[in-house]
Ligand binder design. Structure first.
Ligand code: SF4
Length: 174
């Protein structure tokens, strides 16, 4: 069983919650092989991944490219946290136009940022989107951030080949 995680545009808080698994992080490698994660220095997303947690919304050209790569190589894709599920905080910029956001952040130079390869920045998409608007999602894992108890429950159920059930009690995990 190969598992992976990626982050797109979010605050990384859902991955910080993953780290809150503490001693269970030592147990996880006994259940599954972690083949890709932002916590390790891995350059390219591997093929043949069983489960991938995707944190964050799709806000840039780089997010979109990575998400498509992940989807093509993953059997079960989890929308990991509210930014991935709904767009959440990342999508607040949709209230404004992309150029307005760039100008507010970078002043008069802003309109060039990210749209020109010489800046080595990914270009901002016109709209921030939750991941299900772009690829198929197999499981939605809500929370901002997702609680570590819920992460553990969902991951271990899926590793065992069961579909997790998110009832009210589990969604109150803190
Ligand atoms: S869902 Fe919340 S904690 Fe997770 S990446 Fe988005 S803003 Fe951060």
């Amino acid at each position: 069983m190969n598992i992976a995680s990626v982050w797109l545009s979010g605050c990384t808080g859902c991955h910080m919650s993953f780290l809150d698994l503490d001693e269970r992080l030592m147990e996880l490698p006994r259940l599954a092989r972690i083949v890709f994660t932002p916590f390790a220095d891995m350059k390219s997303f591997p093929q043949d991944v069983d489960i991938t947690l995707v944190e964050g919304a799709v806000a840039t050209s780089t997010d979109l490219e990575l998400l498509r790569t992940v989807r093509a190589s993953t059997r079960q894709l989890i929308a990991f946290g509210d930014c991935a599920v709904t767009g959440n905080i990342t999508a607040m910029r949709n209230t404004f136009g992309r150029d307005q956001v760039l100008a507010a952040a970078y002043g008069t130079e802003g309109k060039h940022f990210g749209q020109d390869a010489s800046h080595h920045l990914p270009s901002l998409l016109e709209q921030v989107l939750p991941i299900h608007r772009l690829v198929d999602v197999d499981f939605y894992l809500p929370g901002c951030p997702v609680s570590h108890e819920l992460i553990w429950y969902v991951l271990t159920e899926m590793i065992e080949g069961r579909r997790p059930v998110l009832d009210r009690k589990k969604l109150r995990y803190g």
